[in-house]
Design a protein around this ligand. Structure first.
Ligand code: IMP
Length: 422
């Protein structure tokens, strides 16, 4: 396999974790390049469920090298817990996990500020995961963040943290929140820094050596295209570049070393948190929640659900340069008599075949639907494309055609083996 970027083509939770896991088998390196522990990638191996937040899911394949790149923001205390959890399950981490020395660190004041800003917004809140992601990237952009290279230098870290806590406590007090205790935060972060030190390295150089040797690299996307800080439904977005370009800036591997972009979409649409969702539909939400599906991996929140929206996925194909498409959760639609697909938006006299940037316009857009007959047959036991019901194949082909990408993978369940390659 060549160097591949994998992105979500919707609002995150497209089932990327499982597709990454399958593609990781053919890669030597798996790299996370954006976001933080707001992400939750769920992978099932046999009956064992793994939920990964920061560690690339390639770690579940013995011998794969996994990199947390410079574009990621790291809560070190939660990363230590994640690594310990993996070790308890018998997963080998040492010698396989590499953490960028220039990745920024998420601190408790970032989480408290995230929470306070959400509280103050009231009904206008973004519905963040409250993991401190926005404030951490804010500090990075404002050039007052601390990086992993600082965390692992005890004296420098102590000085810098004291100063950062002093400043942030003033802000927290002004917002009516309780200030933080420097000694407590310092002790917890010092311990995490000591634990993580052996993993922290010059990942840019490590990846360039891999490129020179021709070792295949998989860049695992987190979140989705419409949560991208530049291309998403701002301000209802996360704070990083979740689109394909973010894989290069977030790892230091240049664009001319990328061979292929995979887009992952669900056979329908979901979104967690606030913001417009043009094809939102209560009936399909009830159906999916009733099946015990579509609850967030990180926060457990029920996801909002709607019909597949190919205005969204076509826009994602444009922004990311999606060559190949993976469609997941196909089995979620097995019982439906009729399935709708949004093929355009209407807003007054105007028709849109891309996602309008003005959120008031987007919120007022009426989806234009095409209807497909349902296949009403269980698909989760099917392992070959030609054995899928003809109506299911027609639906999936239409989704790919309307998105403008080649259909390469169909997923009919959470397990590795429930994957059909075309
Ligand atoms: P934040 O990334 O915690 O700041 O949250 C900003 C928005 O992105 C909220 O709507 C979250 O629900 C959403 N979000 C963040 N991470 C994920 C994810 O991994 N899957 C789905 N939505 C996410």
């Amino acid at each position: 396999m060549a160097n591949t970027i994998l992105v979500g083509a919707q609002w995150g939770d497209e089932g990327k974790g499982k597709i990454i896991d399958v593609l990781a088998e053919r890669s030597d390196y798996v790299v996370r390049t954006a976001g933080g522990n707001n992400a939750g990638h769920t992978v099932f191996i046999g009956d064992q469920k793994f939920v990964l937040h920061l560690v690339p899911s390639g770690i579940l394949w013995p011998g794969k090298k996994c990199v947390i790149g410079n574009g990621v923001v790291i809560d070190p205390v939660s990363l230590v817990e994640e690594i310990e959890g993996l070790k308890r399950l018998g997963v080998a981490v040492d010698g396989q996990l590499f953490i960028s020395e220039t990745a920024h660190v998420v601190f408790p004041y970032h989480r408290l500020l995230d929470e306070q800003r959400e509280l103050r917004k009231g009904r206008g809140r973004l519905g963040t995961t409250k993991r401190g992601i926005g404030p951490a990237y804010g500090d990075k952009a404002a050039r007052v963040g601390l990086r992993m290279v600082d965390l692992i230098q005890p004296e420098r870290f102590a000085r810098a943290l004291r100063q950062r806590i002093r400043e942030n406590n003033e802000v927290l007090r002004a917002l009516g929140a309780r200030p933080l205790s420097y000694p407590r935060v310092h002790a917890a972060y010092r311990a995490a820094g000591d634990y993580l030190r052996p993993y922290v390295t010059a990942t840019v150089v490590l990846l360039h050596e891999a490129v020179r040797r021709g070792a295949p690299i998989l860049f695992e996307g987190a979140q989705g295209t419409f949560l991208d800080i530049d291309h998403g439904t701002y301000p209802y977005v996360t704070s990083s570049n979740t689109t394909a370009g973010g894989a290069c800036t977030g790892s230091g591997v240049p664009p001319n070393q990328i061979d292929c972009v995979y887009g992952v979409m669900k056979a329908y649409t979901t979104r967690v948190g606030e913001g417009p969702l043009p094809t939102e539909n209560a009936e399909i939400a009830d159906l999916l929640h009733g099946m015990g599906r579509e609850f967030g991996a990180t926060t457990g929140r029920p996801r909002r659900c709607g019909w597949a929206d190919t205005v969204v996925t076509r826009h994602a194909a444009m922004v990311n340069g999606i060559d190949r498409l993976a469609i997941t959760n196909v089995d979620g639609l097995d019982t439906l008599e009729t399935i709708k697909v949004c093929i355009g938006y209407r807003h007054g006299d105007r028709r849109y075949d891309y996602v309008p940037a003005d959120l008031e316009v987007l919120a007022a857009c009426q989806p234009v639907y095409a209807e497909f007959p349902g296949w009403r047959t269980p698909t989760s036991g099917i392992r070959e494309w030609r054995k899928l019901p003809a109506r299911c194949r027609a639906y999936l082909k239409a989704l790919a055609e309307l998105t403008g990408a080649r259909l390469s993978i169909v997923s009919v369940g959470p397990a590795r083996e429930q994957t059909i390659f075309l």
